[in-house]
Design a protein around this ligand. Sequence first.
Ligand code: SF4
Length: 274
Amino acid sequence: MRDDSGWLSMQSPKPTRHILSLSGGKDSTALAIYLRDRVPEMEYVFMDTGEELPETYEYIEKLEAYLGKPIVRLNPERPFHHWLLVYRGVLPDPRNRWCTRKLKIEPFERYVGDDLCYNYVGIRSDEAQRKGYISTKPNIIPRYPFVDDGVTKEDVLRILEESGLGLPEYYRWRSRSGCYFCFFQQKIEWIGLHESHPRLFEKAAGFEKYDPVTGARFTWSEGEPLSALLDDERRREIRHNAAKRTALHKTARTKLWDIFADEDDQEGCLVCHL
Ligand code: SF4
């Protein structure tokens, strides 16, 4: 094994671990399929926030059957609503992603402990510039096999197709894996959540807060509470805007997941959205 960390040159009494963390998204799933026979000692983990979509849980189960190996579910020490209280009701957002640290990264680091580990990450070669926090612990060394091997989005889609797993079901209405309330969602995706999982939509809305004393408003979707998205006129407007974007994309493409797949490459969270 290549010594590229400095850490590896230290004597370690334990064998090096190989860990692939799954988000329930297309890229990390394709990576698991891609490496199944190449790295037989691989450990598979799924950082289960407890706030995932039902489709994600189903997809992880299907993948587990395909891999023929258990996928270890890693749960946070405390649930989301506990941390929301700790953060005084301030919802996480792209600039303040306390959710990623508390619900995903810390459970992963606890699982690894002080062991030396290669952490396999599903960034593709066509997005090699994409950066994101995985872990800063020196004993956790990221590996990017898709980047090293020149695997692109088309390859990922082919890997999934050929495995029989295909794409996760939520791609019909949403662009990314992750929590049902993820703030990276577009407004049209919130409407998709309402249509597919009205109770989860209501639950997400229940976390929003308005403080009449300070005027502070904590909402998931920028500029408006979730309830506003259900207003008939607003809903029509959101659909119209989304249809316009879709029409633009459809000049070159025909499948909805192509449109979403473009968007999930641009922003988001490497731990949650691969
Ligand atoms: S999926 Fe979104 S809300 Fe959930 S932990 Fe990741 S960034 Fe936070």
